[in-house]
Design a protein around this ligand. Structure first.
Ligand code: ADP
Ligand code: MG
Length: 494
């Protein structure tokens, strides 16, 4: 592939070495398991967690004379994914045999796509907070079969093979070498996972291995020639990706600064030590002897097929974020937090519809998500429903409860349930906006604290102390705005 550097070096990411600054260059090959009932070329189930070798047909076990038959749904999923990555869809693609020997690969080759993949160039937009947005190029996406799994830890002197995964459809999504820091790499993985989940084309469960990344890392002088890369295989968490990249870049810089050269090699990350170690060098690299699979015709489809899939694509995170900012007046940052997960976005939208969007976002993100995180509960299992949270937001908007009381109310709804408006009535939590009542309390406090009254004339900051006193006396139920106005007037602060 011809590599074009699309990025302007960002000094924030430079790594200081003994001989000057360095910059990381990162490109990823992500394997994403296609969400589909059946495998890529057989009717076997793809269900996770079944007993070993229960999802295996004669095709998956590569019995003589068995022929692959393409699963249409996997093709549709790959095209959907391509559309979600704003990529070029190739109307003609070819399946090739990638030949290598491994005990968990009964065919002796993997069916993959080499020169003519189903999806071509696309892009993923990353939101880097204060560093703005950056576009990461996608080189290609191709369909291929997964291999089986060798099991070495169940018998002292035998290995076992589980073919449940053999033949399951994977999408290999190859990025351009456009990433420049471990943070960007982590953001890329998270964003890609979010897009796949929105599309419903991969569940993105990295712990279960449905999404794993081969991470290519090199270092160079800022903006200079690309360096020799090393590939870190099969990283299965976003956090590990960050750690592996940091370690690997440092390792390469140390070698180069000692006057050494980087060997292009494949490495493995060990989460326990936080280090990468060599798995095989370039000399040991396989010669895969790719050739078109004679058992499969080239994959061909027309515009109507693509248009139909495009027409039924769900709203994707970038579009949803733009719409949230536009319709609900929320900040860019809040929108990006909300759309990172489709369930969260849906929850927010149920709360925000017909209400103050900013207030709704604040309550969903800070109160609800904060509480859910603390409990390790998913938003879909939230004890406070969108309706209930909406009820709390309504009470704040109408001035019936203060923000502080709203937090208490939230806790009650969280642990006991119930209708927020009714709870406020029943438990006398309504905000006191009756100025007469507030004035009476203010008068008492002024009369009882002549020293503070004296001081507040020179130190207006002391007003907060008075507000605190009023709140204490009213159990936090006084309308803060009314309290402030009355206090200022009576203390002669305006
Ligand atoms: P291969 O065919 O050997 O897998 P590719 O050229 O397809 O190699 O690139 C594989 C991955 O490596 C891509 O994600 C690409 O962005 C990345 N890559 C290529 N060159 C570099 C480099 N110098 N530094 C870091 N990553 C790179
Ligand atoms: Mg590769």
């Amino acid at each position: 592939m011809s590599i074009v550097d699309t990025r302007t070096p960002n000094p924030k990411y430079f790594i200081a070495g003994a001989t000057g600054d360095w910059e990381m260059v990162i490109g990823m090959e992500v394997h994403a398991q296609v969400t589909s009932e059946a495998k890529l070329f057989s009717g076997s189930s793809t269900e996770f967690g079944r007993p070993p070798n229960s999802n295996v047909s004669f095709v998956d076990a590569a019995m003589p004379g068995m022929l692959p038959v393409i699963n249409d749904e996997c093709v549709r999923q790959a095209v959907r994914t391509g559309l979600g990555l704003k990529a070029k869809i190739n109307k003609r693609s070819v399946f090739d045999r990638k030949n290598y020997f491994y005990p968990d690969l009964p065919q002796g080759y993997q069916i993959s796509q080499y020169k003519d993949p189903i999806v071509g160039e696309g892009k993923v937009l990353l939101d880097l907070g204060e560093d703005g947005e950056v576009e990461i190029g996608i080189e290609r996406l191709h369909l291929e079969q997964d291999a089986g799994k060798s099991i070495h830890d169940q018998h002292p002197n035998m290995s076992f093979v589980d073919l449940n995964r053999s033949g399951v459809a994977l999408m290999e999504i190859v990025s351009k070498p456009d990433l420049r820091s471990s943070d960007e790499a982590k953001a890329y993985l998270s964003k890609l996972r979010t897009i796949l989940r929105y599309l419903g084309t991969c569940d993105g469960n990295m712990e279960q291995g449905s999404m794993r990344a081969d991470i290519n890392v090199s270092v160079r002088r800022p903006g200079g020639e690309f360096g020799t890369r090393c590939e870190i295989k099969n990283v299965n968490s976003v956090r590990f990706a960050g750690q592996a990249i940091e370690y690997e870049a440092r390792r390469q810089i140390d070698i180069l600064e000692d006057g050494g050269v980087i060997d292009q090699e494949t490495r493995l990350f060990d989460p326990k030590s936080g280090q990468t170690r060599s798995m095989r060098s370039k000399e040991e690299a396989h010669d895969y002897r790719y050739f078109p699979d004679p058992d499969l015709l080239p994959l061909e489809f027309d515009d109507a097929f693509i248009d139909e899939l495009a027409a039924h694509l769900p709203e994707l995170p970038d579009e949803k974020s733009a719409r949230f900012i536009e319709s609900y007046g929320i900040s860019h940052y809040d929108a990006s937090v909300l759309v990172a997960d489709r369930d969260s976005a849906d929850f927010f939208e149920s709360v925000a519809k017909g209400r103050d969007g900013k207030l709704a976002a604040n309550w969903v993100i800070n109160e609800l998500f904060g509480r859910l995180n603390k409990d390790g509960t998913a938003v879909t299992d939230s004890p406070v429903s969108a309706d209930q949270l909406g009820g709390i937001v309504d009470l704040i908007s109408k001035g019936e409860i203060s923000g502080k009381i709203a937090k208490d109310l939230f806790e009650i709804v969280w642990s006991e349930g119930g209708d927020p408006a009714k709870l406020v009535e029943e438990r006398g939590m309504k905000q006191v906006s009756d100025t007469g009542a507030i004035e009476k309390i203010v008068d008492e406090i002024i009369a009882g604290n002549p020293d503070q009254v004296e001081k507040v004339k020179d130190k207006p900051g002391l007003l907060g102390w008075f507000v605190g006193q009023v709140m204490k006396q009213t159990g936090g139920k006084a309308n803060p705005q009314a309290v402030n106005e009355i206090l200022k007037a009576k203390l002669g602060l305006e």
